[in-house]
Design a binder for this molecule. Structure first.
Ligand code: 5GP
Length: 177
């Protein structure tokens, strides 16, 4: 795979389509086993997670539900300086086994803000599936229960992830050169 341009920047191939699909199949197999006989509710966080969510969901063999939400940030007064409101979270989570689907956990700020809000809705359990995690970028430690890849602290695009709106349609993941 060649180096590509997205807007003004160059990106080199990092994770192939095959590597990504292989990892997602492994995550799906683990979830199929862990949630056998249950009916988890997946909450996919848009925009970046749409491809990961679609592929992961296709590999599930258990009964499962899914909804898609968007986190809109606004200036708040928390320690992180940002707060989020969840748009589209119109399902009742009381007593549900919830699995969050996130594209990438970077600093952990997003989930650090969002998880306590979800806990208010009293799910029976709450786990996180993330395709990518940058351990060196963590500022708010988040336990990722189902992880695709631990990656270096470099900006990536592709497979749902964008650089200024572009690159989401790439089947592979590329890293900033
Ligand atoms: P966090 O709140 O964990 O710092 O960041 C999470 C969000 O930041 C992700 O859902 C994603 O939208 C964005 N993000 C973090 N790192 C990257 C990256 O390397 N590439 C892209 N395209 N988005 C990223």
């Amino acid at each position: 795979m060649p180096v590509i341009n997205v807007h003004d920047k160059k990106f080199s191939p990092f994770l192939s389509e095959q590597e990504i699909q292989q990892q997602i199949k492994k995550i799906a197999a683990a979830i199929n086993e862990d949630y056998a006989g249950m009916r988890p509710m997946f909450i996919a966080i848009l925009n970046g997670s749409f491809m990961f969510a679609a592929d992961l969901f296709k590999y599930l063999t258990i009964d499962a539900e899914i909804c898609f939400i968007k986190l809109a940030s606004y200036k708040g007064t928390t320690s992180s300086g940002q707060m989020f409101t969840a748009i589209g979270l119109d399902v009742d989570l009381i007593g549900k086994d919830v699995i969050i689907i996130e594209d990438i956990v970077d600093t952990g700020r997003t989930l650090n803000e969002f998880l306590p809000k979800l806990m208010h809705q009293q799910p029976a359990s709450l786990k996180i599936a993330a395709l990518l995690h940058k351990p060196d970028a963590v500022k708010f430690p988040i336990r990722v229960d189902y992880l695709g890849f631990s990656i270096p602290n470099k900006f990536v695009v592709g497979y749902g992830l964008d650089y200024d709106g572009l690159g989401r349609n790439l089947r592979e993941i590329y890293q900033l050169v």
